[in-house]
Design a protein around this ligand. Structure first.
Ligand SMILES: Cc1cc2nc3c(=O)[nH]c(=O)nc-3n(C[C@H](O)[C@H](O)[C@H](O)COP(=O)(O)OP(=O)(O)OC[C@H]3O[C@@H](n4cnc5c(N)ncnc54)[C@H](O)[C@@H]3O)c2cc1C
Length: 423
């Protein structure tokens, strides 16, 4: 089986996992990275990057789980629905395996160094669209893993699969030290991720994580555009972002206020503001009409709002799938048909995240609201909800339609359990 010459554009979650996996399989890999490890560490945060058990298992199998036992494990999800500053529904669930979050500055800088230490070639530059053809001409396969960067626009939008023309949330992310735990949380499962739904206005997620200086808590606002949580559009400095967050928490989520009253930003780069327009793109681009095709992957092709915390998990799935497809292909040509086949296999997973995320972004459909209410009362329903974050392919089986939800909720009702509405 031949050693192949492969270029990967983008040193992020998917690109570096793919590059390291292909390198381990004996291929000659070039990574195009716009920043050095030092620049990554000195820069801003890029995500809140919660990784659930199945994606962590893929990293472990690839020898890339360098932060197991270092980053704090998250063994429980504590979800609160708040209406008019009062908690009206609480769901406590334990995923089957622990989740965790490693600051992508920590993770991608270390992976990039590892790739170079193992003899991998890195070209440090920002690749512009007009440089893609030359790169593709020098490699048997060129993969674009540029995340939500502008380079993705070389891949045409798939209008049939893209649901939105505009962001459904504005995002404000802030890494904090000194965050406590509200006194009324169940104390059995360690520090949970706390997911707060502010009815009509958006969400706040608080997630234990590992950053450059050690453990921290990541705060992520998901604000309905133009609503009361959408107050970070001017990109404030970390101290101002924290002050505004505390104001919002005091007003909308007062049960969290005390736990955050001593919080401080972790560092000068501890903020990220913006918005994501969810999109699905066609997987293959031809930089020049007579040149070879290039293949996109992960966020470059299937970009979701982070409300369901799936992008990094899917990037991992995508990288493992692409690495296996390359190696299994032996000496075969990396032509357009092969590329479309690889993406089709990825889409079979990724489409469930697109459905799951679209449902969580909109006004919550009645049947999902019903599932939430049942999850608050029945541990097995709560566990299935947590399991859907670990494996979103389960979404369609029980939350994809009112019928599927009714079938599960009524069929599995414990004696004396809540009866569902007729559908
Ligand atoms: C606020 C926020 C919170 C999130 N929270 C979660 C979460 O909790 N769980 C989860 O699973 N996902 C989460 N995500 C999504 C997750 O971060 C992404 O889906 C994931 O990182 C995608 O991996 P990727 O490899 O496609 O892109 P990225 O990890 O973004 O990597 C792309 C890389 O390409 C580089 N690049 C871009 N353009 C060029 C160019 N022209 N030349 C050279 N290099 C280039 C970039 O510098 C970057 O290193 C979140 C995203 C955001 C914005």
């Amino acid at each position: 089986m031949g050693m192949r010459e492969i270029a990967v554009v983008g040193a992020g979650q998917s690109g570096l996992h793919l590059a390291l996996a292909l390198q381990a399989d004996g291929h000659r890999v070039t990574v195009v990275a716009e920043r050095t490890p030092e620049q990554i560490r000195a820069g801003r945060i890029t995500s809140s990057q919660a990784m659930f058990g199945p994606a962590r298992a893929i990293e472990r199998a690839a020898g890339l789980a360098l932060w197991d036992g270092v980053a704090p494990d998250t063994r429980a999800l504590h979800t609160v629905v708040g209406v008019d500053a009062k908690p009206v529904l609480t769901i406590d669930a334990q995923p089957a395996a622990a989740a965790h979050s490693v600051d992508q500055r920590v993770k991608t800088a270390a992976w990039l160094e590892l790739f170079e230490e193992r003899g991998g070639r890195v070209e440090y530059r920002r690749l512009e669209p007009d440089g893609l053809a030359a790169l593709a001409a020098r490699h048997e396969l060129t993969v674009v893993a540029a995340g939500r960067g502008a380079l993705g626009s070389v891949f045409a939008r798939d209008d049939a699969r893209s649901r939105f023309d505009a962001p459904q949330r504005t995002l404000a992310c802030l890494y904090l030290n000194g965050v406590g735990t509200p006194a009324d949380l169940p104390s059995t499962a360690g520090d949970p991720a706390r997911i707060h739904i502010v009815a009509g206005a958006g969400e706040l997620v608080l997630q234990p994580a590992l950053t450059l200086s050690g453990p921290c808590v990541i705060l992520l606002w998901e604000a309905v555009p133009g609503g009361p949580l959408d107050v970070f559009g001017d990109g404030p400095d970390p101290a101002t972002a924290l002050a505004r967050s505390l104001d919002l928490i005091r007003w909308h989520l007062p049960w969290e206020y005390e736990a955050l009253s001593d919080a401080e930003p972790t560092d000068a780069g501890a903020t990220l503001f913006g918005a994501v327009t969810p999109i699905v793109r066609h997987p293959v681009a031809r930089p020049t009409p007579d040149g070879g095709p290039v293949l996109g992957m992960a966020d470059t092709l299937v970009l979701n709002d982070p409300i369901t915390a799936q992008g990094a998990n899917n990037a991992t799935r995508c990288a493992a799938l692409h690495a296996a497809a390359v190696t299994e292909h032996g000496d075969g040509p990396f032509d357009e048909a092969w590329m479309r086949g690889v993406f089709a296999a990825y889409w079979e997973q990724a489409r469930h995240t697109v459905d799951f995320t679209a449902a969580m972004l909109g006004p919550l459909p009645d049947h999902i609201g019903w599932a939430f209410a049942e999850a608050a009362a029945r541990p097995e329903v709560a566990a299935r909800l947590a399991g859907t974050y670990e494996d979103p392919t389960d979404f369609s089986r029980w939350l994809g339609s009112p019928e599927a939800t009714a079938r599960y909720l009524t069929g599995s009702a414990a004696p004396g359990g809540t009866a569902g509405p007729s559908v």
